[in-house]
Design a binder for this molecule. Structure first.
Ligand SMILES: Cc1cc2nc3c(=O)[nH]c(=O)nc-3n(C[C@H](O)[C@H](O)[C@H](O)COP(=O)(O)OP(=O)(O)OC[C@H]3O[C@@H](n4cnc5c(N)ncnc54)[C@H](O)[C@@H]3O)c2cc1C
Ligand SMILES: NC(=O)c1ccc[n+]([C@@H]2O[C@H](COP(=O)([O-])OP(=O)(O)OC[C@H]3O[C@@H](n4cnc5c(N)ncnc54)[C@H](O)[C@@H]3O)[C@@H](O)[C@H]2O)c1
Length: 470
């Protein structure tokens, strides 16, 4: 067995592990990186990238059927589902070199393509290697959680790890779970010519502001997706091409089944007990991302909390400070944005209206602006949407956007909240005309409407000054 001594061992080459490894190695640390499956992890291979590539294929199909109002005769597109999947694979292959073993070796990282498991507090065995490290970063991500629904084990089903390899178009896709995976996949598939039923135990898009989620769901239903809420999948039966899901609200039969009911942290292979790293369903960490073993950190999906690529990357950057420089660092959560890439998109940063009201009570002001008052949205025929900005004592504490390009538009508010800027910073901005982004400025402007336009004092001052101005 080959023995390696290294400054930092990173376990997992997904969004979190790669961010840390690239930074730490380029700053001079001796970094060893383990990856037991595919370089790039979930995001590149089974998550963000393939899902957004399939959504892009669906958008093309949808555009062909919706041009009537623009004087462009709608046509029924001929869908080559395997062609759409080929696009997905091509996109993965295009991005893959950035996450590859070769690129990381070029950055000076020792990359070992094996799964790792702890044997003691600072040692990990991976294949034929025994690696001792001064610090260890666990970045092993998460996998699809498949609940023990009676009958499920005997029926063929897909998860995010297998659906992108399916080449024959499902006639009728049943999706269990109405979270972001379920809703993004539902819309991509309905646009690619599948019948789609989503079965959701509680509320679809239940982690988002309900007013904004309702706008997405109305649009998805209008495209023909059947969304059954408050229906828990209780039994699954059937065979390939004929699958039945029984819920407490009724029975649904389709040709294919996709499970999208959340994630489980990848901790089974790690032998965490040998290292004294405590966990429940995920690894237990403090705000400093340190585990109960002070030499070991956990970042990204495996640390529980928000499960997004940008969070894993942010965690990776955060633990550079303590590991390389011996400095304190804490991961914040109040400034983390997220977006669901349905059409319309739904994006959030900071507190939702309900969370802000609970925390700040009557000190909260909610600023709103609708897309149908934005000139660019009108030109594009994308008027279904709105922004809400939650403001306390002149500072935004949250923003929620539903509508075209909400994921792009939320970035401005992520900047504002990350830097604790005042609402005036956005109101002072001059936005080029006509862009959708003006909705942010107009929402910010709402803060001043009662203060400037509805104030008797302002009116008095203006009248007085006007009397003396020559
Ligand atoms: C369908 C889908 C769509 C998504 N879309 C988005 C999106 O649009 N935007 C967004 O921000 N997030 C999205 N996500 C979430 C995002 O993919 C994850 O949050 C992100 O990949 C987490 O990064 P990570 O580094 O923690 O883990 P991962 O990317 O999962 O990487 C972990 C790596 O560790 C490896 N590994 C596991 N155990 C071991 C071991 N013992 N030894 C060695 N290696 C090991 C795994 O093989 C894996 O490659 C999506 C997820 C899914 C499933
Ligand atoms: N655009 C993005 O950023 C994006 C896209 C996809 C995934 N993700 C990440 O991946 C994570 C996982 O996504 P997800 O959609 O799998 O999980 P999720 O936890 O967000 O949603 C799962 C849904 O399944 C429902 N459910 C659970 N058991 C059920 C049952 N027996 N019957 C019917 N419904 C049931 C839950 O009520 C929940 O609404 C997300 O939380 C997010 O962090 C992000």
């Amino acid at each position: 067995m080959e023995v390696i001594k290294t400054d930092v061992l990173v376990i997992g080459a997904g969004s979190g592990g790669l961010s840390f490894a690239a930074g730490a190695s380029q700053m001079g640390a001796d970094v060893t990186l383990l990856e037991g499956h595919r370089m790039g992890g979930d995001c590149l291979n089974f998550g963000c990238i393939p899902s957004k590539a399939l959504i892009a294929a669906g958008k093309h199909a949808h555009a062909m059927t919706t041009g009537g109002a623009f004087g462009v005769t709608p046509v029924q597109p001929k869908i080559d589902y395997a062609g759409a999947k080929a696009h997905v694979q091509k996109v993965i292959e295009t991005i893959a070199p950035v996450d590859s073993k070769e690129r990381f070796e070029g950055l000076g990282v020792r990359v070992i393509r094996e799964f790792g498991a702890f044997t003691d507090k600072d040692t990990v065995v991976a294949g034929n290697y025994r690696i001792t490290a001064r610090r260890i970063v666990i970045a092993t991500g998460s996998s699809p959680f498949v609940p023990p629904i009676p009958g499920l084990a005997d029926v063929p089903y897909y998860t995010n790890e297998t659906i992108f390899d399916l080449m024959e178009r499902p006639d009728h896709l049943i999706i269990i779970g109405g979270g972001p995976i379920g809703m993004e996949m539902a819309q991509a598939h309905v646009r690619l010519g599948c019948k789609v039923t989503v079965i959701e135990a509680a509320k679809a898009m239940g982690k988002d502001d309900p007013e904004l989620a309702a706008i997405v769901l109305r649009n998805l239903r209008a495209e023909g997706i059947e969304i059954v809420e408050g229906a828990k999948a209780e039994k699954v039966s059937g065979k390939a091409g004929d699958v039945t899901v029984q819920t407490d609200k009724g029975t649904h039969t389709g040709t294919h089944l996709l499970m999208a009911v959340g994630r489980k942290a990848n901790i089974e292979r790690l032998s965490l007990d040998a290292a004294g790293v405590k966990h429940d369903r995920a690894i237990k960490v403090g705000a400093d991302l340190r585990t109960t073993n002070r030499k070991v950190y956990a970042i990204g999906d495996v640390a529980g909390g928000l499960q997004f690529t940008h969070v894993a990357g942010y965690h990776g950057a955060t633990v550079i400070r303590p590991i390389l420089f011996g400095l304190m660092a804490k991961a914040r959560t109040d400034h983390i944005p997220w977006a669901t890439y349905t059409d319309p998109e739904l994006a959030q940063v900071g507190l939702t209206e309900a969370e802000a009201r609970k925390k700040h009570g009557s000190a909260l002001e909610v600023l709103r602006f609708e897309y149908d008052e934005n000139d660019r949205a009108i030109t594009e025929g994308k008027t279904d949407g709105l922004i809400k900005v939650m403001v306390v004592k002149g500072r935004p504490v949250g923003a929620s956007i539903v509508g075209a390009q909400a994921g792009e538009l939320i970035a401005l508010w992520a900047l504002v909240i990350a830097n604790k800027l005042k609402i005036g910073a956005v109101a002072n901005m001059v936005a080029p005309y006509p862009i959708l982004g003006e909705i942010s400025k107009r929402a910010a402007g709402q803060y001043y409407v009662p203060r400037l336009f509805d104030s008797p004092m302002v009116k008095k001052v203006v009248a007085l000054i006007q009397r003396y101005v020559p």
